[in-house]
Design a protein around this ligand. Sequence first.
Ligand code: FMN
Length: 230
Amino acid sequence: MRKGIDEDHLTYVEAGLTAQDAGVAAVALHARTAEQRYSGQADWDAIATLKQALDVPVLGNGDIWEGSDALRMVEHTGVDGVVVGRGCLGRPWLFADLEAAFTQGGDYRPVLPALGEVAKIMSRHAQLLVEALEDERHGCADFRKHVAWYLKGFPVGGDLRRSLAMISSLAELDDLLDKLDPAIPFPLESLGQPRGRINAPGKVSLPHGWLDSRDDDTVPEGAETDESGG
Ligand SMILES: Cc1cc2nc3c(=O)[nH]c(=O)nc-3n(C[C@H](O)[C@H](O)[C@H](O)COP(=O)(O)O)c2cc1C
């Protein structure tokens, strides 16, 4: 869940308690309001507040880009675990980095693949997408959006980037990946940088009459067609 609709409607503690009473195994909080969308910084103090309020495990979420951020969040909030969203876009090795951080502690060795290893991971990712979608063109088209995330910060020319972002077959992808210099080290300056959505706050659309009465538990019309906003 998020913290609530906006700063005037913070519902996360009450929602957490309600979920706990209903018997959930754990809750996770993305510490922004819906109105904030992905703007500003996640409010890790709110995660600490929720952790204090509940007995079930609490997982913290928001702005974890590296294993070191996860350690800082645990230290700051006392949470039982962390959840990552945008941090793993183009960086599936973030989970290995998190594991290294949690097992080795503060002076852990971050996982920093060179470009050759990143290229191998890209190829494997595209192959798995094609298998999952059971269609090579569709899988390759879906993979295009991942290219910029994978290559963020690496010195790769514009023409090659553009070609990679227009692939329609796995063979084409592998041919292009072969042109990358495998020895280029991981760009340290891209560590800790946000990736994926970073947008401005926005008005939250609520069902008609939603805020009129807290005691009215009528399910709003069309609620089942709701889209997840994360
Ligand atoms: C590609 C992507 C898909 C997501 N899908 C969902 C979703 O289906 N449901 C949900 O509650 N949150 C979803 N989220 C939100 C994340 O779970 C997370 O709360 C949010 O991205 C903030 O964490 P972060 O700072 O680690 O990105 C998604 C995020 C991303 C980047």
